[in-house]
Write a protein that binds this ligand. Structure first.
Ligand code: PEP
Ligand code: MN
Length: 263
């Protein structure tokens, strides 16, 4: 269902007035985690000003350690939803468990399936059944084939509103948090009709490299980007090292314009 054989034309995922996979580059930006009302409102306002159309922020966080901050859960979902509605943004947020799909769907415009859950087949199916657009991140060690098969589970549940997200994979390289696979853009475009975006924040793990990699992915034909932005990265509860300050994010958005226009 997600392959090009059955459907030649590109899928455009419509989220209200935001179209992912259309002509316009879609930027989803926001903090790694929703931390407080002030934090999420501030980020929402700043990324909207800069031209983002979707607000990201985790309320359920898949942390490596069980002792790290796990997210604000429903309170975080509410704040995210309010901040987005006040600024005219859409919401994308991660759902980690089948038991939370219904609750998260009440506050989210797009359900995010994280890299660590890419092959959680029950979750894929449940998100498919929800009827909400789904953002499917590539698994840490998943091949493109496995990733597309995971998308197939969502489509098989009756939902073709799927956005793929390249967020870097595990390689022998340790200088960066992950290795961004730029090849995934043209390869997925050839194999599938689904839109594909890139997340250079998790892909690099360092805000200094986000800019260059974001520009490269747009030039390669990505339909959008997911970027972590925090008003005070040094004091972020998670992923501060890879989060852009709002001013830097605004500058990146300006730099992307001519590139997006040229592709
Ligand atoms: C995230 O986007 O917040 C996240 C945890 O990303 P990933 O699943 O790609 O690690
Ligand atoms: Mn993060």
């Amino acid at each position: 269902l997600v392959g090009r054989e059955l459907k030649k034309q590109d899928t455009v995922v419509e989220v209200g007035d935001v179209q992912i996979g259309g002509k316009k580059l879609v930027v989803m930006a926001g903090p790694c985690a929703v931390e407080s009302e002030e934090q999420i409102y501030e980020v929402a306002r700043r990324v909207k000003e800069a031209g983002a159309t979707v607000l990201r922020g985790g309320a359920y966080k898949p942390r490596t350690s069980p002792y790290s901050f796990q997210g604000m859960e429903e309170e975080g979902l509410k704040l995210l939803h309010q901040a987005a509605r006040m600024t005219g943004l859409k919401v994308v947020t991660e759902v980690m468990d089948t038991r939370d799909v219904e609750l998260v769907s009440r506050y989210a415009d797009i359900l995010q399936i994280g890299a660590r859950n890419m092959q959680n087949f029950r979750l894929l199916k449940e998100c498919g059944l929800s009827g909400k657009p789904v953002l499917l991140k590539r698994g840490l060690s998943a091949t493109i084939e496995e990733w597309l098969m995971a998308a197939e589970y969502i489509a098989d549940a009756g939902n073709q509103n799927i956005i793929l997200c390249e967020r870097g994979i595990r390689t022998f390289e340790t200088a960066t948090r992950n290795t961004m696979d730029i090849n995934a853009i043209p390869v997925v475009k050839e194999l599938s009709h689904l839109p594909i975006i890139a997340d250079p924040s998790h892909g690099t793990g360092n805000w200094k490299w986000v800019d260059a990699v974001a520009r490269a992915f747009v030039a390669a034909g990505a339909d959008g980007l997911m970027i972590e932005v925090h008003p005070d990265p040094a004091n972020a509860v998670s992923d501060g090292a890879q989060s852009l300050q709002p001013e830097k994010f605004a500058r990146l958005m300006e730099a992307l314009k001519p590139i997006a226009q040229a592709v």
